[in-house]
Design a protein around this ligand. Structure first.
Ligand SMILES: Cc1cc2nc3c(=O)[nH]c(=O)nc-3n(C[C@H](O)[C@H](O)[C@H](O)COP(=O)(O)O)c2cc1C
Ligand code: SF4
Ligand code: SF4
Length: 648
């Protein structure tokens, strides 16, 4: 990876950009900034979005195809790596920009598409079937007939403050970050404000923690500041291990310096001289990008000793967690950094009083930290003008499940949940929306008719749901709610640290009850049904005990999805318990397959694949399924080319 920073570039930014008001930039500085921002390119530029999601979509092969094309044709073209714009299901994305022309984005690009795209664009012809859109730019000429991306529903409904640089700048380049305004907030904070003032600005801005709780960030900072000590710590909680949540990871991979800048300012405000970013060991690219960015910041003098001549010293490092969900809980996270087993501890004392190595420590979520530089740079009034009365600013969400576009978005607080679903393009194949689930394994489902709820910490609480850390799963009729909550409970019981009996045993018991509901009816009789019914009745009392007696949020909130689904989808529970049916056809044990004799050609494919020899017949005559032997695996349905297999 290219880590060479030209000392003259560093000097230019430190002397002319970080310390000057942009209105005061001379013509020379403006020209140079235009050059760094690629506003006046003299040769074509290809931008390739490389993050862990696009790597899964095959972007590394696309990169090879681009490099081969460029070298075979001996072309003079720049290839710039960028992050993700958020449209994960459209990846790999390739942007092409010609001198004087707008940058165009191509979607779902395969290595085979590269010659078509590049032959076309380099000859001023755009293969429109592969195009997502073009960026709007005041200095460039637009392409005719190509939509502007800010007119697309996906971008139109968003307010991209934290995500502003994602997919636009090179995450491996501190120069790129500075060219687009990066580290100016840090410079402003260190040169113009005391740490007390920064704390006050964050308090006045109304920024609330995005890690789920919505605790006022400024208040947390001040609490740590008020403890007299020889050492304070600032930690960025970048664990993000909820199933279905991926936005923080992709933000860190797309714009790592935003996190580093926010963390330096936060550390300054709370008087910490050591800052740590805690993320999962398995987030290989995230760690790589953060570590490179930290290295560059040291090299440029924005980390380390006497930063920007302010007298402020700060050390920063990335700590790789083992990948346990509970390690995202702040006291467990602190134990993990101390080298101990990541288990939560009783609060109080809160980390702000007695945290890492017994010293006052502020733990803030990635998104919370990512907001800090924008607030300092643009001011408190700007920030308080976004959002609702008590929930200021924007909120990030990752959206997955049965949705047309798996993506991440940033919307102003106050946006309705239905608007978020619209932005993503709605359900997959325009199927009927059954619900959305917000907040992962300890979150809540929301019915379509409730989707006018606004994104707001307090309003969501009033509606009986919680913001969570930003994962939304879209659910249609092909999803079985019991199967979904069973998965969440499986996750919770697997991830429980085991310290509290109600969490450890309660989550296991809840899982057993759910498993019992979906278990195959073997020698079924009234007694079994009664047992299942009694189990469901127990869920509520179990949930209460777990909520009241568990030490941390994992155990306290474990029953949220179960209780909510019981309330909203009672019929589905009854069908599973009494009728022994799963309408969605997801619970394998509750389905038996049949063969339509009108459609069956007797091709034998299903009988050959059936793992229990449950399908019998004579070749070229209709086959049939022996019900008692069928385990509901569905292989027969998958292999039948004549749609002759169905389940009941
Ligand atoms: C089981 C569990 C897992 C958590 N995981 C995360 C996480 O991955 N990231 C995060 O920021 N907060 C997580 N939290 C919340 C943290 O304990 C803490 O409240 C948060 O990091 C504080 O940051 P904020 O004030 O900026 O929201 C988790 C809490 C619990 C109970
Ligand atoms: S509630 Fe569960 S995860 Fe939390 S400390 Fe207790 S046993 Fe561990
Ligand atoms: S695969 Fe389909 S068509 Fe062939 S035997 Fe089985 S049910 Fe009949």
């Amino acid at each position: 990876m290219d880590n060479l920073i030209n000392p003259n570039d560093t000097k230019f930014f430190l002397e002319h950009v970080l310390i000057n008001d942009p209105l005061g930039y001379s013509k020379d500085v403006k020209n140079k900034l235009d050059f760094f921002r690629r506003n006046r390119i003299s040769k074509p530029v290809i931008y390739l979005g490389i993050t862990s999601s696009s790597i899964c979509a095959g972007v590394l092969d696309v990169r090879i195809a681009i490099e081969s094309y460029v070298s075979e044709k001996n072309l003079d073209i720049d290839l710039v790596v960028v992050g993700s714009i958020g449209l994960c299901s459209d990846e790999p994305l390739v942007d092409v920009q010609l001198p004087g022309k707008n940058r165009i984005i191509f979607r779902k690009v395969t290595p085979n598409d590269i010659p078509t795209i590049l032959d076309g664009v380099l000859n001023k012809f755009v293969p429109s079937e592969l195009v997502l859109g073009q960026y709007r730019h005041e200095l460039y000429e637009p392409w005719q007939g190509i939509p502007f991306i800010d007119d697309l529903e996906y971008f139109k409904g968003q307010n991209r403050v934290v995500l502003a640089n994602c997919g636009r700048i090179d995450p491996n380049s501190i120069i790129d970050y500075m060219a687009f305004g990066g580290y100016r907030a840090l410079s402003k904070a260190l040169r113009n404000h005391t740490y007390e003032e920064i704390c006050s600005m964050i308090e006045q801005s109304g920024l609330r923690g995005r890690g789920g709780g919505g605790y006022p960030t400024g208040t947390k900072w001040r609490k740590a500041l008020q403890v007299s000590t020889d050492q304070r710590y600032m930690i960025c909680n970048a664990d993000e291990s909820d199933p279905g949540a991926f936005v923080y990871r992709l933000l860190m991979e797309s714009d790592p310096h935003r996190i580093i800048e926010g963390l330096i300012i936060s550390a300054y405000a709370v008087g910490a001289s050591k800052a740590i970013i805690y993320t999962r060991n398995s987030n290989i690219l995230t760690v790589e990008r953060l570590e490179l960015a930290i290295k560059q910041a040291y090299e440029v003098g924005l980390l380390g000793y006497n930063i920007l001549d302010s007298g402020f010293n700060i050390e920063m490092s990335v700590r790789k967690g083992p990948g346990a969900y509970v390690c995202g809980e702040e006291t467990a996270l602190i134990k993990s950094i101390e080298g101990k087993r990541g288990m939560p501890t009783v609060k109080p004392p809160y980390p702000t009083e007695q945290g890492l190595f017994g010293r006052p420590t502020v733990v803030n979520n990635v998104e919370t930290v990512a907001n800090v530089s924008s607030i300092i740079l643009n001011g408190v009034d700007w920030y308080t003008s976004i959002g609702t009365e008590k929930s200021k600013g924007t909120k990030l969400f990752s959206i997955s499940g049965k949705v047309s576009n798996t993506c991440f978005v940033e919307v102003s607080m106050g946006t309705s949940l239905s608007k978020i679903i619209d932005i993503t393009g709605g359900t997959l194949n325009s199927k009927k929306l059954k619900a959305i689930h917000i907040g992962g394994p300890s979150g809540f489902s929301v019915l379509p008719e409730e989707l006018d709820i606004q994104i707001d910490f307090d309003k969501m609480k009033e509606a009986g749901i919680a913001m969570g850390s930003g994962g939304i799963q879209v659910i249609d009729d092909s999803v079985c709610m019991i199967d979904l909550v069973k998965y969440f409970m499986y996750f919770i019981q697997k991830e429980s640290c085991g310290k509290c009996i109600p969490c450890r045993e309660g989550s296991r018991r809840m899982l057993e009850i759910l498993q019992n509901i979906t278990r195959r009816p073997v020698s079924e009789n009234g007694q079994n049904t009664l047992e299942r019914f009694k189990g469901v009745i127990h869920l509520e009392s179990l949930a209460e005990v777990m909520r009241d007696t568990s030490l941390c949020g994992l155990g306290q909130n474990a029953s949220n999805p179960v209780l909510r689904s019981l309330k909203l989808f009672r019929e589905e529970y009854e069908e599973h318990i009494f009728d022994r049916k799963c309408k969605a056809g997801v619970c394998r044990d509750l389905r038996t397959f049949y063969i339509d004799i009108e459609k069956c050609t007797g091709c034998t494919a299903c009988a050959k694949k059936c793992p229990t020899n449950a399908i019998i017949g004579t070749p070229r005559s209709p086959y049939f399924v022996v019900e008692d032997k069928c385990i509901g695996c569905g292989i027969c349905e998958e292999v039948c080319k004549f749609s002759a297999v169905y389940f009941k």
